[in-house]
Structures are given as structure tokens and as C-alpha cells.
Design a protein around this ligand. Structure first.
Ligand code: ATR
Length: 282
């Protein structure tokens, strides 16, 4: 007799255009296996002109997916098209995590969570810093600035080559956030407890400027959201100058945990096995 019990399989996706370089299938695949969950997580390449139809298929239930991750170039439209973007996504105007709940498409942005959870994991106490210097004012910087503000840091100095972009962040995130030109870098770094690189400088072996970190507060932490290479030129410089550093790989791993929990119902952990798996794939 055939077994009448049906195995209920939850499917999740990562969509972008292109999406083949995404490490998310590796990360979620590891957790599915580790937790023994009968689910799937797949890369779904979706071009810009097909994205609205892809979202509609989630909403009307014709898709087999419960939810998924969204990456470049769809993050802004994912937020706009969701029925229930949360406050984080609304303020950023961008979402990276979607899930269906009670017939509605919900959206959030977990990049800021990934950023702070990585620091918590690798350098507990980092948030005692009063002042942070955030270098760069692009899309990645927004989530970092939002999460630092929400964590209660009293001053967040955004330093950018194009100062008007830093000013946009200051206008969006409130009085604790101020904008500064690159020429003011040395001045604003003096006494700061946290330095974050959110630019692509140093990525994939590209050149990075020399930065004098010695003006930072004693015990300050330097972190980079770039994780290829793991030790970026800026992190190497900071180490040589005697500062603690935190690499950016953990941000990628931690930003994935809230989505996994929404789709598959279990909170996964970021462990060394996962970290080593992703490093071996780099
Ligand atoms: P992302 O969304 O990944 O953050 P982005 O929006 O292109 O990418 O932003 C890249 C950031 O790196 C910006 O802050 C950019 O400075 P500008 O706003 O002045 O363009 C910064 N950046 C990139 N290349 C740079 C360079 N050679 N020198 C200084 N800053 C640079």
C-alpha cells in the first residue's frame, strides 16, 4: 500500500541578474543538510523585465516558493512590490529577504543584522564605541549606517569621495549621522572606536589607499564589508598599526539566518564549518 503521508517540502530561492556567483545556495544548502530539513534553496536568474511577474507568482501562489533572497538589481523593486515591507526595508527602500505569510508577501532587509551580528560574534563589546567612521556612501553603506544608529552609537560619521551621497545618508538617518569629505578623514577618525570600509576599494586585489588608523581610539576595531580577499589591504594596514580587525565574510553568513528561519522554521547557526565551506569556494 502506498504511504499516504505527504512530505511537505519548502522551497526557497535567491534571485538576481546575474545570480550564478551567489554563495547563498551553498550557505542555505549547508544548513538544510545540517538540520536534516527536506527543503530546497535554488538560484533563480530573473531579468529586470521579468521580475514583476516573478513576484506576482509568489503572491498568487502559482509559484512553488515560500520565499527567498533578492540581490542586485532587484532589491529596490522587491521592497516596492511587497505587500508588507517592514520598517527596516521601508527606510532603506530596499529588501533582500521575502516570505509569504497569511497570503501576503512580506519583505525585510537583513544586511544590517548581518553586519552587527558579525561584529557581535567576532568582537563582543564593539558597540561600546561612541563614534563610528563609515567610509563610503553607496547601497551597502546605508544598511551599515542604519544598523549602527539602531544599535545606539551616538555619532556616525559618513566619509565619502562624493560628499552629496554622504549627505543623503545623513538626511535619511537623522541627526546622529553626519557627512564628511574624504579630506576630513584624519580629523573625524581621531578618537573613533569603529572604522568600517563599505567601498569596494581593495576588492579582488584592487588598490586601496593608505590610511593612518593610529588616530583611532585605543582598542578600536576596523572592519571591512569586502571579503574577497578575506584580509583586505585596509585590514592588513590596520593590523600592522596595532588594531583589532573583523573581516566581512561573517556579514554574508549572518545576513542569511533570518530568511532561513522564516522559510524553514529553524534558526541556523554560523559555525566554522560553514565559514570554511565558503572560504574553500572563494
Ligand atoms: P554599493 O552599493 O556596493 O555600496 P556603490 O553604490 O557603487 O556600491 O558605492 C560604492 C562606494 O564606494 C561609494 O561610496 C563610492 O564613492 P562615490 O560615492 O564617491 O562614488 C566608493 N568608491 C568606489 N570607488 C572609489 C574610489 N576609487 N575612491 C573612493 N571611493 C570610491
Amino acid at each position: 500500500m502506498a504511504d499516504s503521508r505527504e512530505t511537505f517540502v519548502v522551497n526557497a530561492f535567491v534571485t538576481g541578474w546575474p545570480v550564478k556567483h551567489s554563495r547563498s545556495p551553498l550557505i542555505h544548502g549547508h544548513w538544510l543538510k545540517q538540520l536534516g530539513i527536506a527543503g530546497s534553496y535554488r538560484a533563480e536568474p530573473v531579468a529586470e523585465d521579468a521580475f514583476a511577474a516573478f513576484i506576482q507568482s509568489l503572491k498568487d501562489g502559482s509559484s512553488s516558493y515560500r520565499g527567498g533572497n533578492v540581490t542586485i538589481p532587484h532589491k529596490e523593486r522587491a521592497c516596492a512590490l511587497a505587500d508588507r515591507p517592514d520598517e527596516l526595508a521601508e527606510e532603506l527602500g530596499a529588501a533582500n529577504t521575502l516570505w509569504m505569510e497569511e497570503g501576503r508577501l512580506h519583505a525585510t532587509n537583513t544586511d544590517g543584522h548581518g553586519f552587527t551580528a558579525n561584529l557581535d560574534h567576532q568582537h563582543a563589546g564593539w558597540d561600546k564605541a561612541d563614534r563610528a567612521v563609515v567610509f563610503g556612501a553607496g547601497g551597502a553603506s546605508r544598511a551599515v549606517v542604519q544598523s549602527l544608529r539602531d544599535r545606539g552609537l551616538s555619532e556616525i560619521y559618513v566619509v565619502n569621495r562624493t560628499v552629496s551621497r554622504a549627505q543623503e545618508l545623513a538626511d535619511r538617518f537623522g541627526a546622529k549621522v553626519t557627512a564628511h569629505p574624504t579630506e576630513a578623514l584624519a580629523e573625524v577618525m581621531t578618537g573613533a572606536g569603529l572604522f568600517v570600509n563599505t567601498t569596494s576599494l581593495g576588492m579582488d586585489g584592487s588598490e586601496a589607499p593608505r590610511i593612518d588608523f593610529t588616530r583611532l581610539a585605543t582598542g578600536a576595531v576596523v572592519t571591512d564589508i569586502v571579503y574577497v580577499p578575506l584580509k583586505t589591504p585596509l585590514l592588513l594596514q590596520a593590523e600592522q598599526q596595532g588594531f583589532a580587525t573583523v573581516d566581512g565574510l561573517g556579514m554574508l553568513l549572518h545576513q542569511a539566518t533570518p530568511g532561513f528561519e522564516k522559510w524553514f522554521g529553524r534558526r541556523p547557526t554560523v559555525d566554522d564549518a560553514l565559514r570554511n565551506l565558503v572560504i574553500a569556494d572563494m
